[in-house]
Design a protein around this ligand. Structure first.
Ligand code: IPT
Length: 985
């Protein structure tokens, strides 16, 4: 019987590891042997099942759930995937056995040899030549085992890593994400001298004070020493007084040595997200003869984090936290992410104005923190603890106390030297118990330089003085609640939402409202959007399996290639499951930004523009940088004249300052609106953006429209059918009333969609009350639309205009019971052919009434297919807010042109709302040959009700009478969007 059979480490929460080495901040990759690649593999039914004769193969790192058909990904949010009470797990417990030979370098003779496993999910049992060498738990931190005694340098040994999927630890790794099994980070062999740096603890403040504490282990014969050099500075001084005091107090022994080095770097450039200045630090451990036994290299940054009153200060500055939550996710490899993947995630965040990331809900690969140090992102580093389903039972269950402290302390030990880490988080959604206080106490003692947060410790009392809550970090609190708290006089600490603005599907409504309050309300300091990326796994439709590692060409521009789809909960036959709730990111599974990213980018812009009627003013909104890294040009978008651009020189502006900006020289006056946009780009290469990358595009309106409505005099005849509906050669379906949209995830989970179906808005019935034709060809149709709670009366007046277009004037009166419909507007369908839309209004991005801060008013052009955002689960998509006019044309320029009486919500797609609502995935949708066109008098905001607050009352569609008017003409005879071409990017 093996150790594991008798101990059952997968059902022993008090066993957090066995013979696993203490965590350390010393990076041992240099000179190590990487064991990533193809390993022998078998998947057992349970940890006790016998091994088969035959071995298969598996990639390391890799999730077997992404390539082994016997155990596929399973998605649950809160619920555990099995009914067992903690710490128990099912007998059927997929267990992956990984094996390979490893040659121990001959030159490691006499050295200490370590086996390093980056991460394994969820229990790791390591053996060398069938001898157990250690056990590790915590699926998101490394385990290191000392294997010196069981290997021989120059020889080859068999490594076996047995990974048990379900364990007591699964109950505290119940994060909202796919369940996987596997070895998810790199495996290595490392070596050290017998005398080695056990740990190095760096403290570097913004004033340039540097302190390096070293712990040394090994044969500590008299005379060993440490030294260190800092790039651009030179050698650090030994703090002999500190070391002598240590010795006097009897704090030195023959198995643990401690030494402190210090420096005052008077000209140190502070590290910040805006200006992430890093300095290379090399720490050396010397033997008594002066030779170097061990070296630790690290890039460090000088920065100070403190809380003063209710402000979190970074280098003394109250920096607004524009954060996002990030999971380790990849659509082909599950939880395995490469350094390039991590860099791409972070670069995307930087390009879209984020300055902070929360490692929800576990420590990431150490590479992530090296990258946040380098690129400049503040990090809330979060421990791997979420006991959501059994939160209350576990938070005070003494069997789990060691695991809580273990997980938090090991994260802190590993990550403490990263300047980007500004806050420690004790985990997520695990109720609140003594274990949290125990872990917080450990952190306070070990690292008093950073605040500690845990949402659960202050859930009901944001001013709580609890040890685990330096920051009030609620999730999904409403804007009213947080502003009321900030104004209550009771606020005692910074309020930074750990999660807000749930990005599921077409979402992030009211982001601009949030930021307007945050920027003007002392005490509110930002938050972290939930979340960065949609967790859609690329799935082959034919066999239902994950496309898996190595698949190429499986997606592009956010869209799964033919024969594939983005899978979410339930798509692998997983049960119970939580459907598309894992698709709640700001970017699609392949990292294509959703339109909400542009909204965030503009709200977070380093440069802002204002106009007081005569003068334009540019504001530098940064804390550290001036404007020298940015270039700009004016884009002039006159309503009837197309777009042209003109260079502009940004003034020399220190952080926080403002200055007038000369407007473009010759501004057209064509009777229409006049907007100018300041297109701001990077002037030179930034580590996260090549020169020329667009950073923001703030716009200002210089003149309002003066032209009269309607744009042409009546004349001619309108053709209608017997129901009074327009008959027009460009249309296959005439304009009729629409009150519904394909429910967004917010509409569905927030309850609006259910109400709409109960009312019957999705199957609106039209009953004609009267059709009247006037002598001049005008047709007036009055129709009633009975719903389950009241009747909507719709009147449509069609008039032919002298320029050949048709004027459509409409009113719709909603009874009081229809207090929250999706939209009030017209829907029509065009004949096949037109495939390109040009519009005058905000753009180019998709926008909705409560998510419309990003667009700048200009002439925009896009292919119809590109207007539609492929949100993972098909839903309302592709809208453009505040459109003034548009033309929808074929490649030869012919098609239809629409002018609107006022800025209106418009959408042009290939799908009827009902098509979208009926489909669960995009492969089930057949694009229509023509276009489906919506022109809305009013359109409901998006809100974030799939998890959190719905939109604000002012973005709901009011009851009563709505009026709207528009003209429909041919694009080739006086088209709507005249002039010299649209904005192109
Ligand atoms: C919150 C979780 O912390 C996060 O992991 C995710 O599930 C998010 O919600 C929703 O997508 S918890 C929720 C119960 C508020």
């Amino acid at each position: 019987m093996s150790i594991s059979d008798s101990v059952r480490p997968w059902e022993s929460p008090e066993l957090t590891g066995w013979r696993r080495l203490p965590m350390s901040a010393v990076d041992r990759r240099d000179g190590s042997v990487l064991l990533d690649g193809t390993w022998r593999f078998q998947l057992l039914r349970s940890p006790g099942a016998p091994l088969a004769e035959e071995w298969g193969e598996a990639p390391v790192p890799g999730c077997w759930t992404m390539h082994d058909p016997h155990d596929l990904p399973h998605y649950t949010n809160v619920r555990m995937p099995f009914p067992h009470r903690p710490p128990l797990v099912p007998e059927a417990n997929p267990t992956g056995v990984y094996e390979r030979e490893a040659a121990i370098p001959a030159e490691w003779a006499g050295r200490r040899i370590l086996l390093h496993v980056g991460a394994a999910e969820s229990v790791l049992i390591a053996e060398v030549d069938r001898r157990p060498v250690g056990i590790g738990k915590d699926s998101h931190l490394a385990s290191d085992f000392d294997i010196t005694d069981v290997v021989r340098p120059g020889a080859t040994h068999t490594l076996r890593l047995t990974v048990v999927k379900w364990s007591d630890a699964s109950h505290i790794e119940d994060q909202d994400q796919w369940w996987h099994g596997g070895i998810t980070r790199s495996v290595r062999l490392c070596s050290t001298d017998p005398l080695y740096l056990d740990d190095v603890d760096v403290r570097a403040g913004r004033d340039g004070d540097l302190r390096v504490d070293c712990r040394v282990r090994g044969p500590l014969t008299e005379g060993w020493s440490v030294s260190a050099g800092l790039e651009g500075y030179g050698e650090l001084a030994r703090d002999t007084a500190h070391d002598a005091a240590n010795r006097e107090q009897g704090r030195v022994s023959d198995f643990l040595g401690e030494a402190r080095l210090t420096a005052t770097v008077t000209d140190a450039r502070p590290w910040s997200a805006e200006s992430p200045a890093l300095y290379g630090l090399t720490v050396r451990l010397h033997r008594a003869d002066g030779t170097v036994a061990d070296t630790a290299r690290q890039r460090i940054g000088f920065r100070t984090v403190e809380i003063r009153g209710r402000d979190l200060l970074i280098n003394g500055d109250r920096v607004l936290i524009r954060g996002v939550n990030r999971h380790d996710f990849h659509p082909l490899t599950g939880r395995v992410v490469t350094e390039e993947d991590m860099r791409a995630d972070l670069v995307t965040m930087k390009r879209f104005g984020f300055n902070a990331v929360r490692t929800s809900h576990y420590p990431n690969d150490p590479a992530l923190l090296r990258l946040t140090d380098e690129l400049g992102l503040y990090v809330v580093d979060e421990a791997d603890i979420e006991s959501h389903d059994h939160a209350h039972e576990i938070a005070d269950d003494p069997r789990y106390l060691p695991a809580f402290v273990d997980r938090v302390s090991r994260m802190v030990l590993r990550d403490k030297n990263h300047p980007s880490v500004v806050v420690w988080s004790l985990g997520n959604e695990s109720d609140y118990g003594a274990h949290h206080d125990a872990a917080a106490a450990w952190v306070r003692r070990h690292d008093p330089t950073r605040p500690v947060q845990y949402e659960g410790a202050a859930r009901t009392d944001w001013a709580s003085a609890r040890i685990a809550a330096d920051i009030a970090c609620p999730m999904y609190a409403s804007l009213d609640e947080i502003t009321a708290h900030a104004r209550s006089g009771e606020q005692t600490k910074p309020l930074i939402l750990c999660e807000y603005s749930h990005a599921m599907g077409n979402s992030n409504g009211t982001l601009a409202d949030h930021w307007a309050e945050i920027e003007t309300t002392p005490g509110l300091q930002g938050g972290f959007i939930w979340e960065f990326r949609d967790h859609g796994i690329l799935q082959r439709i034919a066999d239902g399996l994950p496309a898996g590692p190595g698949t190429t060409g499986g997606y592009a521009d956010g869209i799964a290639a033919p024969g594939h789809r983005w899978a979410y909960g339930g798509d692998f036959g997983d049960s119970p499951h939580d459907g598309a709730f894992c698709a709640d990111g700001l970017v699609l599974p392949d990292r294509t930004p959703k339109p909400a990213m542009y909204e965030h980018r503009e709200l977070a812009a380093p440069v802002r523009l204002s106009y007081d009627g005569t003068t334009a003013t540019v504001h530098n909104r940064m804390h550290v940088r001036d404007l020298a890294w940015l270039s700009a040009e004016w884009q002039i978008g006159a309503e009837h004249r197309g777009v042209r651009s003109e260079p502009v020189r940004l003034p020399d502006l220190p952080p926080g300052a403002s200055a007038p900006l000369p407007l473009p020289a010759a501004l057209p006056d064509d009777g229409g609106e006049l907007w100018v946009t300041l297109r701001v780009t990077t002037a030179r290469d930034e580590p996260w953006a090549p020169a020329g990358t667009e950073i923001c595009a703030p716009g200002i309106r210089l003149r309002e429209r003066t032209a009269a409505w309607p744009p042409a005099a009546p004349g001619g005849r309108v053709e209608t059918d017997e129901e009074g509906l327009l008959v027009h050669p460009l249309l296959t379906a005439p304009p009729v009333l629409s009150l519904w949209r394909a429910p967004t995830d917010n509409d569905l989970l927030g309850g609006a969609a259910r109400r709409w179906s109960e009312w019957g808005l999705d199957t609106l019935v039209r009953k004609i009350v009267s059709v009247t034709h006037e002598g001049d060809g005008r047709t007036t149709t009055v129709a009633e639309h009975p719903t389950a709670v009241g009747t909507v009366v719709h009147e449509q007046v069609l008039t032919a205009l002298a320029d050949g277009s048709v004027l459509v004037e409409e009113t719709a009166t909603l009874p009081g019971a229809l207090h929250d419909v999706a939209r009030v507007g017209s829907v029509l369908e065009t004949a096949p052919g037109p495939d390109s839309l040009e519009w005058y209004g905000p753009g180019p991005w998709e926008s909705y009434p409560d998510r419309s801060a990003a667009g700048y008013v200009s002439h925009h052009r896009a292919r119809v297919d590109d207007l539609f955002t492929p949100y993972l689960r098909p839903q309302e998509s592709g809208g453009r807010n505040a459109v003034r006019a548009f033309s929808l044309t074929r490649p030869d320029g012919t098609g239809l042109a629409v002018r609107l009486d006022a800025p209106r919500q418009v959408s042009v797609t290939r799908h009827r709302a009902a098509d979208l609502a009926a489909a669960a995935h995009h492969d089930e949708l057949a694009p229509r040959p023509g276009c489906v066109l919506h022109v809305d008098a009013a359109h409901r905001g998006l809100g974030t009700a799939s998890c959190g607050p719905d939109t604000l009352p002012r973005y709901l569609v009011p009851t009563g009478t709505h009026r709207w008017a528009w003209t429909l003409g041919a694009a080739d005879c006086g088209g709507a969007v005249a002039g010299g071409g649209a904005a192109q990017r």
